[in-house]
Design a protein around this ligand. Structure first.
Ligand SMILES: [Zn+2]
Length: 99
């Protein structure tokens, strides 16, 4: 499998490290002043869908620029349909949330 890093170009998957599913979002489990609902956080950490088809996954280019990437990959065929910088996607998604 080959992954096209947006910064380095196409490279062998051996240069990358897989982190996992990029779909789950971290839940707000409250503050220290309140008793947090840890069930939400346990589900976030451990419960994952394992379905065939296209998934968004976090990968890091450890053998290159060390950037974190979001790779859209068919987990059945390993065909990659899109690779993007995770940093840029998070910044675009959270634009305007922080002063
Ligand atoms: Zn790279």
């Amino acid at each position: 499998m080959r992954i096209r890093c947006p910064f380095c170009g196409e490279r062998s998957h051996a240069e990358f490290s897989y982190l996992g599913d990029a779909a789950p979002t971290r839940p707000n489990i409250g503050t220290r002043a309140t008793v947090p609902d840890t069930t939400l956080f346990v589900d976030y950490v451990y419960m994952r869908d394992n379905s065939p088809g296209v998934m968004r996954e976090y990968w890091q280019h450890v053998g290159g620029c060390r950037s974190w990437l979001i790779v859209e990959r068919n987990v059945t065929t390993h065909a990659i349909s899109n690779v993007a910088s995770a940093r840029e996607q998070v910044l675009a998604a959270t634009e305007g949330e922080h002063p």
